[in-house]
Design a protein around this ligand. Structure first.
Ligand SMILES: Cc1cc2nc3c(=O)[nH]c(=O)nc-3n(C[C@H](O)[C@H](O)[C@H](O)COP(=O)(O)O)c2cc1C
Length: 208
């Protein structure tokens, strides 16, 4: 990991690490990011910087208005998602309101996560994985069963932001929907109401 991520290793479980503010200006246009985005499964061993991690999490679920609206749309602004970062230094929960990470666990979850995803070992090769978990009740309380599809749409929006942001940063990503739900639940030990729906490994592309 880069020097600026040593704080991720040092921080104790339950404590918070502030992320650097996300930038709103990049070097690649949204059109170019859309045109270039590809699912990539070959990553170098290089780590990401804290600035890159900050940018990816902000694009997933960061605040973009003083009223608390987020980078991705959400049906009824119910915001059913909880976003996690899995990396060498452990598992972290993203706090949009503070643009910060709270350490959940010291153990690197990437290898067991790859095993829980039927041996998709590019998950453990990638520097980080962004994990999208849903608290369905936040949306179904308002929309009933139709809320289930809304939650999945919310996740698609947030994940696509991550893919495009990764591309714009010169990074690579792939969406992973194929995994054993109960195996992932036991690796991550999230609160029972949070169901993991999507895993997005992000790293530096090995080729190109
Ligand atoms: C809902 C969904 C689930 C996916 N799950 C996986 C997965 O578990 N493993 C994987 O390697 N790719 C997965 N993919 C990536 C697709 O294989 C990929 O998007 C498709 O082949 C098109 O290639 P592209 O993303 O490069 O355009 C998934 C994509 C979507 C949209």
């Amino acid at each position: 990991m880069g020097e600026d991520t040593t704080e991720l290793a040092r921080v104790k479980v339950g404590s918070r690490v502030s992320l650097p503010p996300a930038t709103k200006k990049g070097e690649m246009s949204v059109e170019e990011a859309v045109a270039r985005r590809r699912s990539v499964r070959d990553f170098t061993a290089d780590a990401l910087s804290l600035a890159e991690i900050s940018q990816l999490l902000w694009s997933a679920h960061g605040l973009t208005s003083a009223e608390g609206l987020r980078a991705a749309p959400s049906a009824g602004a119910c915001y059913p998602l909880e976003v996690y970062l899995a990396c060498e230094q452990g598992l972290f929960r993203y706090q949009p309101s503070e643009h910060a990470l709270v350490k959940v666990s010291d153990a690197d979850p990437r290898q067991p996560l790859a095993e829980a995803a039927y041996g998709q070992f590019f998950i453990s090769d990638a520097a980080v994985s962004i994990i999208f978990a849903a608290v369905y009740e936040r949306t179904t309380a308002r929309y009933g069963d139709r809320g289930i599809r809304y939650v999945h749409m919310d996740i698609g929006h947030a994940a696509q932001n991550v893919h495009l942001q990764a591309e714009a940063l010169g990074l690579a990503s792939v969406p992973v929907g194929a995994f054993d739900d109960s195996a992932v639940a036991s690796v991550l030990s999230l609160p029972a109401e949070e169901k993991t729906v999507y895993i997005v490994p992000v790293g530096r592309p090995a080729r190109g």
